[in-house]
Design a protein around this ligand. Structure first.
Ligand SMILES: NC(=O)c1ccc[n+]([C@@H]2O[C@H](COP(=O)([O-])OP(=O)(O)OC[C@H]3O[C@@H](n4cnc5c(N)ncnc54)[C@H](OP(=O)(O)O)[C@@H]3O)[C@@H](O)[C@H]2O)c1
Length: 362
């Protein structure tokens, strides 16, 4: 594959209010391996292909990998583990997750977390994970039990930092307040679905991130490939991951096809992409990269050429403030009560307080 020009290589940001620096694009690895939930999905990579993807990501200057115990029931972690043995471990930031269904248990109890980190470390062939994330909230366990266990893992060196994923605003605030009250290590990141077509987390969870110092790590930044522009209203997906989903659930494409705002977003992205000579995927990712709460975007790719395309969003060019404003406006999420009341309150907006919408950095 072609050499990556220096000016296009990934840049590095602090992950939330921590001293950890990560590449501004993180490599998502849900496509590694072919078991469990992922088993029947198209585009799942073999070990050899997964290693090619990892090698290429490193050539772009990447250092940040995201996996989970449940991805292909541990196979994603295993493929990363066999690759890690050929790397310098301290050059790679490995993030994984706990909470989902595994043969040995589920949830965020002390018992399950302690068992899970042991198994993840074995599969990853390492003695520590850089970022350990709760995959989602667990109603079955007191949050103090989960947070104390996470804190113990940091103190005994199995984990360097802790983070959350897929939570509500009040849940994240409770996590932040509880760790502070009990003198425990704070969460430094929130991994949440975030894209031009999924912005609802801006209303609450990202406000907590801003005030409590957590970095947002967007997942599904292209909404499963939709924002690459390869499908149109008239030509629904027949192949790939979205084609597979459409086949499984015949109604899934109807909600996309009838969503006028989604197609208006696509038109704006296409326009801006043509102006810059960039792909629609790159513009969609660039919009996320220029959000002030986002230190790194988690990308997915089923081929090396998709990987190269997506990594081309990272550096060497920017969207203008007018382009950011146009994309913000066309993709504005519907403001349900009581968020809709805030916009009538402009005279009480203080730039030293958190604003109710995520802002742009340019
Ligand atoms: N915390 C969570 O609950 C959670 C949930 C989901 C994902 N994640 C993380 O986020 C990562 C990314 O999520 P995602 O895979 O859903 O991301 P995504 O970017 O929304 O979708 C990726 C898919 O879009 C298509 N695609 C990607 N780049 C493309 C390009 N340049 N041109 C055309 N098509 C392209 C590919 O599918 P086709 O080739 O089949 O079209 C690819 O597999 C995962 O690997 C995982 O690490 C976390």
């Amino acid at each position: 594959m072609a050499a990556v020009p220096e000016e296009s290589k990934l840049s590095y940001n602090f992950l939330g209010r921590s001293g950890l620096k990560v590449a501004n694009i993180c490599l998502g690895t849900v496509t590694f391996g072919n078991a469990g939930l992922q088993g029947s999905r198209p585009g799942q990579a073999t070990e050899e292909y997964s290693h090619q993807v990892l090698d290429r990501y490193v050539q772009w200057g990447g250092n940040f990998l995201d996996t989970a115990d449940v991805y292909s029931q541990g196979v994603s972690e295993k493929f990363i583990g066999s690759w890690l043995t050929k790397q310098s471990r301290d050059q790679v930031v490995v993030a994984t997750k706990v909470r989902g269904n595994m043969p040995y248990g589920v949830g965020l109890s002390r018992r399950h977390i302690v068992q899970s980190i042991k198994n993840s470390l074995e599969r990853l062939q390492t003695d520590y994970v850089d970022l350990y994330q709760m995959h989602k909230w667990d109603d079955g366990t007191p949050i103090e039990e989960t947070l104390r266990t996470f804190d113990d893992l940091v103190r005994c060196g199995k984990v360097r930092y802790v983070g959350a994923s897929n939570v509500l605003g009040w849940q994240l605030q409770k996590i932040a307040c509880t760790t502070e009250k009990l003198g425990m290590n704070p969460f430094i990141s929130l991994q949440q679905q975030y894209s031009l077509v999924c912005r609802e987390s801006e209303f609450e969870p990202f406000q907590v991130c801003k005030t409590e110092g957590l970095g947002v790590l967007p997942w599904s930044p292209l909404k499963g490939g939709l924002l690459s522009g390869k499908y149109t209203r008239e030509s629904p997906p027949t192949t790939g991951r979205l084609g597979w989903r459409r086949e499984k659930d015949a109604g899934s494409w109807n909600t996309v096809q009838e969503n006028d705002q989604m197609w208006a977003i696509m038109d704006a992205v296409r326009d801006i992409a043509n102006t810059h000579g960039k792909s629609m995927a790159q513009v969609s990712l660039r919009w996320l990269l220029q959000k002030d709460v986002v230190p790194s975007v988690i990308i997915g790719a089923t081929t090396l050429s998709q990987l190269d395309d997506n990594l081309g969003a990272a550096s060497g060019w920017t969207l203008s403030s007018e382009e950011m404003a146009r994309l913000d406006e066309v993709s504005e999420p519907r403001q349900v009560y009581p968020f809709d009341l805030w916009k009538h309150n402009k005279s009480r907006r203080n730039p030293f307080q958190s604003s109710y919408l995520v802002s742009n950095t340019n």
